[in-house]
Write a protein of this length. Sequence first.
Length: 391
Amino acid sequence: MYNILKRVSFLLILILGFVLIFALNNSHIMHDAENVYVNINGHETTLQKAINNKYIMDYKENGLLVGDIAFGHSTNEIWVSINGSDMTLHDVFLNKTNLCGSSFYPYSKKISMGHFADSISVSVNGSKMTLQKAINSGIFCYRKEMEKKKVPIVFILSGQSNMFGVARVENLTNKNLLKVPHNVDFYYVDRDKDIRLINSLKFQYDRGFGVHFGPEISLMHKLSVKYPDRKVIIIKFAVGGTSINRWVPSSGEFYQDLINYITKVVSNFSQVEYGGIFWLQGESDALHFNKNFLLLTKGMLKQLRLDLNATSMEIFIAKIHPGNGNCPWAINHADILLHISQIRKWQESLGNEMMNTHIVDTKGLSCYPTGKNTIHFNEESQVLLGNLFME
């Protein structure tokens, strides 16, 4: 009898061990959001349907777990991490916490039952991803869509000559690109530091270069399509031949000008959203090597976010051209080519060191073949650059 009890006890321990192992490993098995059940604003549904109908983004009442479910998982079995705080979906909805994250933090504790959000598969706007990735990407950040459509979204174009753009309108193949889209307000700062609202780039005149354009030629159309129900405001202020020293917030003469122009435009609206800054600058710091380029650029962009009260604003940085091949402005100067390479490396590192910062490489673009303009992108390449910024 004793031996039988001993064997039964051993089998029970063995079975319990398998159950525990399965439970621990089960959190790594992918589960579909259609098998997670929620109740949000009175809608008893699956997590996937709640995402599809945007209940997740705009809940006003306590979202509680559905009572008796025959299969699948309830919200108190799903663990999420939101900016370093881990909790169950049940706690998220019960406390009306936004599923709004900006980066991933490791889960701070083990779970004895249920699953981590990185093992829940969801579909958002046709893209498959884990629930945790969707949270980290800010997809579920609370927003009243109809109210948001009333708020203008502002984009800034700044830097030096290739952002200013010396491409000539008469050489542009598709003249339809010159017209500013109906939902875009395009502001341009001219050489005399006058800021003007224009409805066509044929009015973007500079007394040194005539009627000219930069990457806005295609960028403004891309932004118009991306935000069809919003007023898109583009403010362009770029100055050729400038080093990053002249854009330093504390001492550079152009940083405060930039802030002033932005303030002047946005003061016409009770509220705006900053969509991002498109920044292209660095050739001057390669020609006259600036060992402080990375530090100064990073500091300037950080301060811009602070001054605009937009600390998570998107930053799009175009790396300067390598200076050879189709833009041979430094082809016969080995020392400058080395400096260019270093500047490009520093620009690339900004994408890793600063959140919401995206790097665009201009190495495939072309400049004018001869004369002083071998450093400046031609008409076709300015169109391509605007498209690259939006890829």
